[in-house]
Design a binder for this molecule. Structure first.
Ligand code: FAD
Length: 545
């Protein structure tokens, strides 16, 4: 999960100046962005995206006093982890959920589903059997131990998620005549030229302050290997560079089997293409292999939780008021489909996992500090679009099996299906995964226009195939999702300093939990770690702590 606006945030070089005037300072700046884009990393860290999970296993809860009850609001990952653990410990548990399905943002859309967004636009999903879109989460990084623990516990089968595909594309409408380049070409050329420049600087003793004489030779050797340089420390056309960026014609067998090596782009072309901006994402902690996805869609985790907790979840309940007193907590709710008379559910304690976007609009008698904290949580805009194609042309014609293509167009990426490779059947592309202003612009359009725009953008990358193979699609703009009103919480360090502790603190008989009450926002792991901590603290209070 990354904010593409952060990737676009750096300063491009002035056209035509880069190769001639690479000073030591700008060289170091390039190295700073090398392979990982430090600017993007710090932006992501600020948003809490590059944090390690603090998950240390499920909570160990002793048996509560007989009959102790907990009302849980929301059947997303946080709410259902709470229900599972508290039920197992011996609590009397009930969940009230707005929707008619479990999972919350853990959600996959299949053929036959329909979705009405705020404003009334209804989308009927017409995907074929086996096709789906994850409008929300799609990745499970290997170090998200909490969510992986529950996938394992609930027997949800997972398969690899391909984050980087060297044969997918990087595309920039302003570079290479608007044609995409293969990821491997962009990365190899960027690394190669930087290695060559750095090698030159070392030989000219320009970096003597930073590199000891003893380390010089080691660094030169490392750069030669890392950048695919020749024996003269040059990044030039030949076997070594084609081994990285790919040849024009591969080695073959028998006669006429010589390869044709490819010509690397010049440093100036590489820098001014701005394509290097797209090759850093996969170095981020959350994007490093191994990454997994549940077979058949991320929503399978929510479905499995829902099956396990069927007796405890009351669906189609829109909570409209939360009230606590010395004896317990009462939630007032109406039928989310039909309205009707308000009803009430009560318990000794309450775990509320309703997103802050919605909770901030509900009457609830908590402290002024807690209210301020709920109001203080900001959310990102997100849009995801799924496009079913009648033919897997990216595999059949372009040898792209899974992974992502990056573009500077507003759709930001094209994601290729990461299963059923070589299938002769259909495939569903992620046609857009958008943050920030681009997401708000998409959100302002009706769903069919969002899809039409995504098709136009895709056609520039896969000309002649994208629009002609398109069959049906669905476009989810998270600010228009009635039970969410946003993508994910988006914390700045300043906001955290003011609000975070108040948000997480127990308030009488109520505790809040969910991704917004974690330091891993925008990830299901945030929901798991947040609620694990919340129920541990609540249990301690129940037990008289
Ligand atoms: C586009 C996108 C991409 C993402 N990508 C990833 C990813 O790759 N990997 C990853 O791990 N995470 C990802 N995430 C984040 C992940 O989806 C969330 O962090 C996680 O699902 C949040 O779980 P939760 O239980 O805190 O909240 P939710 O899932 O939002 O659950 C809250 C529940 O409250 C219910 N509710 C709302 N209002 C009411 C009401 N008034 N009354 C009763 N119930 C109500 C909702 O219906 C919902 O079921 C992504 C999210 C988005 C939007």
């Amino acid at each position: 999960m990354t904010d593409s606006s952060a990737i676009k945030g750096g300063q491009p070089n002035e056209p035509g100046t880069a190769e001639k005037s690479v000073s030591r300072r700008s060289l170091l700046r390039i190295i700073g962005t090398l392979a990982g884009s430090t600017a993007m990393y710090s932006a992501m860290t600020e948003m809490g995206f590059a944090q390690e999970s603090g998950y240390a296993g499920p909570p160990k809860l002793s048996a509560p006093p007989p009959g102790t009850s907990v009302l849980i609001l929301g059947a997303g990952i946080a709410g259902m982890v709470a229900a599972l653990e508290l039920r197992d410990a011996g609590y009397k548990v009930q969940i009230l959920e707005y929707q008619s399905r479990p999972g919350g943002r853990n959600w996959s859309l299949y053929g036959g589903d329909s979705f009405v967004e705020l404003g009334g636009a209804k989308q009927e999903v017409k995907f074929d059997p086996g096709q789906y879109l994850n409008p929300g989460p799609s990745r499970l990084p290997y170090h998200h131990y909490g969510i992986l623990h529950y996938a394992d516990r609930l027997n949800v089968a997972v398969e690899p998620f391909t984050q980087v595909n060297y044969n997918a594309y990087v595309h920039n409408t302003e570079a290479n005549g608007g044609k995409p380049k293969r990821y491997r070409e962009v990365q190899a050329d960027f690394h190669g030229h930087v290695a060559e420049l750095l090698g030159k600087s070392i030989k000219q003793s320009a970096l003597d302050q930073d590199v000891t004489k003893e380390d010089r030779e080691i660094l030169l050797e490392a750069l030669r290997g890392w950048g695919a340089l020749d024996n003269n420390m040059k990044y030039v056309k030949g076997r070594a560079t084609s081994n990285r960026r790919g040849p024009v014609v591969d080695d073959g067998g028998g006669v006429n089997s010589l390869p044709t090596y490819s010509e690397p782009d010049t440093l100036s072309t590489v820098l001014n293409s701005n394509m290097w901006r797209s090759i850093g994402e996969s170095h981020e902690y959350e994007m490093q292999t191994s990454i997994f996805q549940p077979k058949g869609g991320m929503g399978q985790i929510g479905v499995a939780f829902g099956r396990e907790l069927a007796a405890l979840i009351k669906y189609n309940c829109k909570v409209i008021d939360i009230h606590q007193d010395d004896h317990g907590v009462t939630a007032t709710y109406v039928d989310s489909r039909t309205g009707g008379p308000p009803r009430k559910a009560s318990a000794d304690w309450c775990i509320c996992t309703i997103p802050a976007t919605i909770l901030s609009q509900l009457p609830m008698n908590v402290s002024a500090k807690k209210k301020a904290a709920i109001n203080g949580v900001k959310y990102t805009a997100r849009v995801r679009i799924g496009l079913q194609m009648k033919r897997r042309f990216w595999e059949r014609d372009e040898r792209i099996y899974g992974g992502l293509t990056y573009t500077n167009q507003p759709n930001a990426v094209i994601g290729y299906p990461m299963s059923d490779y070589f299938s002769k059947g259909k495939g569903t592309l992620l046609g857009a995964d958008v943050f920030g202003m681009d997401a708000l612009n998409f959100t302002a359009k009706p769903p069919e226009q969002r899809i039409a725009d995504a098709l136009e953008y895709g056609e520039k990358i896969h000309p002649g195939q994208y629009k002609s193979n398109y069959e049906c699609g669905v476009a989810i703009a998270w600010h228009r999702v009635p039970w969410m009103l946003g993508g994910n919480s988006n914390w700045s360090e300043d906001d955290r300093a003011v609000y975070y502790d108040d948000l997480c603190a127990l308030d009488g008989r109520i505790v809040l939990a969910g991704e917004h009450a974690s330091r891993i926002p925008g990830w299901q792991e945030g929901a798991v770690t947040s609620v694990t901590d919340a129920i541990t603290r609540l249990h301690a209070k129940v037990m008289g702590g």
